[in-house]
Design a protein around this ligand. Structure first.
Ligand code: ADP
Length: 545
C-alpha cells in the first residue's frame, strides 16, 4: 500500500521558483569580468532564467540537448544553470583550465549544440573552433553587445551575444514538469588518468544533494547567510552551492575570475560574506594574504573545504587566528560531490589537544543518503576500527551509476557500490579518513604508507609552501616515500632539518627516504597535485646510479 502523500517531482526549476517567491530579500552579487559589481535578487534571476529558456527554444534547443558553458562564477552562469536544466536541456559545464585538446574532445563527446562563454575565453574558443564545428551551432558570449569579441568562426557556427538574445526574448514561459530522474547537468572528471569521463546528474540527484548539504553539520546554509562559492561552477557544480543557497534563501556572492588572496579578502569584506567553500590551495592563498596584510575576515563563520585533504595547519590557523570554523568534506565528481563531512560529536568534543586534532583531520561521516564501506583483497569488507585501510566504496541517490555514453549501472557493482579509487579507514564513530588515492598509495615492504598524512605534516613546517609525497622504487622495500617541497621565498631547506618535523608524529618506517626541493609542483585542472608527472620524473630517484 502506498502512502497517501503527494508525489511532486524534485526539479531544479523548483529551487529557483521557491527562492524567487519566498526569499526576495536575498541578493545575488556578481563580480563581472571587468571588475564591476552586478546585483539583483532571486525574483529577477528566476525571470531572466525563464527568458533564457525562451531564447534557447528559439535557438532550437530541445529537451536533453547539451548546452556547454565556459564561464566563471557569475549571474549569467547561474541563469544558465536554471534556464538550461529547468527547460529540460542539459547544462554541460566545461573546465576552461583543461588543455584545449581535452576541451575540444569533451565538447564533441558531449555533443554540445551551443557554447555559452565568458569573453575571457574568446582566444580559447578561436583555437578550438575548427575542431568542434561538427556539432556546435553557435558560440554565445555572455556579455552586452558593446563587449562582443570580434572573431571569425567556421561556416555554420554563429557568433551570438547573450544580452541581445535576452533582449529579443521574453519571460512568458512556464517551467515544464517532467520525471525527476531526467538528466539535468553534465560535468567531466578531470581525467588525471585516461580520457575525461562525463558524470550526468539528474534533477532528483541535484535536489537531494542540495538538501543533504544544507543540514547543520554539513554546510548548514540559512537565509541570513551570504555565501561565496570560490569553488568554480565548472567544478562539480560549485559543490551544489548554486542550488543549496537559493534553496535556503541565502544570498550568493559570485567572485568571477580573480580568486587570489587580496581579491577574496576584499570581496568578503565588501559583501559581508558569512560562508564560503573551496579547495585548500585557495585558503592557503587567502591565509598568506591575511597574515601579511593584517586584514581580517570577521563576517565569515565557516569555510567548507574539500577536493584535497585539508591540512591541519589550515584549520588551526583559521580557527585560532580568525575565528572561522572549517568544515572538512569529502567527495568527487561522481558523488555530486559531497558525500561525507566532519562534524563534532559528543565523544569528539570531550577530546583535547592532539587527540582532538586527529579527529579533525578526517573527512568525516557519510551524509544521510550515502552509504560507505571499505574493502580489502577480494572485496571483503574491513572493520571500522580506524586502522584497517581499504578501498572506499559508496552508494546513494547522488552517486553515479554510469558515465555519459555508457549504460546505467555500468560504473558500479550489482549492489550499486561505486569504487571511489580512494583508500580510507573508518573509525568506530563512523569517521572516514582518506589515506590516499589507490594509485598514489606507497607500498613499502607490503605495508601501506599514507602520502596524505606525510604531506599534511610537511606543510606544517614554516619554510614549506607546498609538499608532495610520491612512491619511489626501492630495491629492498619495493617502494619508499619521497618528499618534494616548494620552499617559502628566500627560505633555505636543509633536508635533515626538515625531516625532524616528523619526529613523534609517525611510525619511524614512514619517514621519507629523501627530500627534493623544487620551485613548483605540477597541478591538474582542478588544482590537485599531478602525481603521475611527478612519479614519471622521480620514481627512480632512490635507485639512480
Ligand atoms: P578528479 O577525480 O577528476 O580528480 P574530483 O574533484 O572528482 O576530480 O576529485 C575527487 C577526488 O579528490 C577524491 O576521489 C579524493 O581523492 C580527492 N578528495 C576530495 N576531497 C578530499 C578530501 N577532503 N580529502 C582528501 N582527498 C579528497
Amino acid at each position: 500500500m502506498f502512502g497517501l502523500m503527494q508525489d511532486s517531482q524534485l526539479l531544479i526549476a523548483g529551487i529557483i521558483r521557491h527562492a524567487a517567491r519566498n526569499h526576495a530579500h536575498a541578493e545575488v552579487v556578481s563580480k563581472n569580468v571587468d571588475g564591476s559589481i552586478h546585483r539583483y535578487g532571486y525574483p529577477a534571476l528566476e525571470a531572466r532564467a525563464r527568458r533564457l529558456a525562451r531564447a534557447l527554444a528559439r535557438l532550437n534547443i530541445k529537451a536533453t540537448d547539451r548546452v556547454g558553458t565556459l564561464a566563471w562564477n557569475g549571474f549569467r552562469h547561474l541563469e544558465l544553470y536554471y534556464g538550461v536544466s529547468g527547460s529540460g536541456a542539459i547544462c554541460h559545464t566545461i573546465n576552461p583550465r583543461l588543455a584545449p585538446a581535452d576541451i575540444a574532445y569533451i565538447v564533441n563527446d558531449a555533443g554540445d549544440r551551443l557554447i555559452f562563454a565568458d569573453i575571457t575565453f574568446a582566444p580559447l574558443l578561436a583555437a578550438i573552433a575548427e575542431h568542434i564545428k561538427a556539432g556546435v551551432r553557435a558560440i554565445v558570449f555572455m556579455c552586452d553587445p558593446a563587449e562582443m569579441p570580434q572573431m571569425a568562426l567556421p561556416a555554420g557556427m554563429d557568433l551570438l551575444c547573450y544580452e541581445s538574445l535576452m533582449a529579443e526574448s521574453d519571460d512568458d514561459y512556464v517551467w515544464p514538469s517532467f520525471d525527476e530522474r531526467n538528466a539535468a547537468s553534465l560535468c567531466y572528471t578531470s581525467g588525471t588518468t585516461g580520457r575525461p569521463k562525463g558524470v550526468l546528474y539528474s534533477h532528483r540527484s541535484t535536489v537531494l544533494h542540495a538538501m543533504a548539504t544544507n543540514v547543520p553539520d554539513v554546510f548548514g546554509l540559512r537565509a541570513q547567510d551570504r555565501v561565496l562559492p570560490v569553488v568554480p561552477m565548472f567544478h562539480v557544480n560549485a559543490w551544489g552551492t548554486p542550488y543549496s543557497a537559493p534553496m535556503a534563501g541565502a544570498s550568493l556572492i559570485m567572485p568571477g575570475r580573480h580568486l587570489d588572496g587580496p581579491s577574496l579578502s576584499a570581496l568578503i569584506n565588501q559583501e559581508h560574506v558569512t560562508m564560503s567553500a573551496g579547495v585548500p590551495t585557495i585558503w592557503m592563498g587567502l591565509l598568506a594574504h591575511l597574515r601579511s596584510s593584517g586584514e581580517r575576515i570577521d563576517t565569515v563563520r565557516r569555510l567548507g573545504v574539500g577536493g584535497s585533504a585539508c591540512p591541519r595547519m589550515l584549520m588551526q590557523a583559521f580557527e585560532q587566528e580568525y575565528g572561522v570554523t572549517i568544515v572538512h568534506a569529502w567527495g568527487m565528481s561522481e558523488t555530486s560531490p559531497v558525500a561525507s563531512a566532519n562534524a563534532p560529536t559528543p565523544d569528539s568534543l570531550t577530546l583535547t589537544g592532539e587527540a582532538a586534532w586527529r579527529v579533525r583531520d578526517k573527512q568525516g561521516q557519510a551524509l544521510f543518503g550515502i552509504e560507505m564501506k571499505i574493502v580489502g583483497n577480494g572485496g571483503m569488507e574491513l572493520p571500522w576500527d580506524g586502522v584497517a585501510q581499504g578501498d572506499l566504496l559508496v552508494r546513494g541517490p547522488w552517486v553515479a551509476s554510469g558515465y555519459w555514453g555508457n549504460a546505467a549501472g555500468s560504473a558500479c557493482d550489482e549492489d550499486g557500490w561505486f569504487a571511489t579509487g580512494d583508500v580510507a579507514t573508518i573509525d568506530p564513530s563512523g569517521r572516514m579518513e582518506i589515506t590516499d588515492r589507490s594509485k598514489d598509495v606507497i607500498k613499502s615492504g607490503g605495508e601501506w604508507i599514507s602520502s596524505i598524512t606525510l604531506e599534511n605534516i610537511a606543510v606544517e613546517h614554516p619554510d614549506v609552501i607546498e609538499a608532495a609525497i610520491i612512491a619511489a622504487r626501492h630495491p629492498k622495500w619495493d617502494e619508499r616515500p619521497l618528499l618534494l617541497v616548494v620552499p617559502r621565498a628566500g627560505a633555505e631547506i636543509v633536508p635533515e632539518e626538515l625531516l625532524k618535523i616528523y619526529e613523534g608524529k609517525i611510525a619511524k618506517w614512514w619517514l621519507p627516504d629523501a627530500v627534493i626541493v623544487v620551485d613548483e609542483l605540477p597541478h591538474t585542472a582542478t588544482g590537485k597535485l599531478h602525481k603521475l608527472t611527478l612519479r614519471q620524473k622521480y620514481q627512480d630517484w632512490l635507485t639512480r646510479e
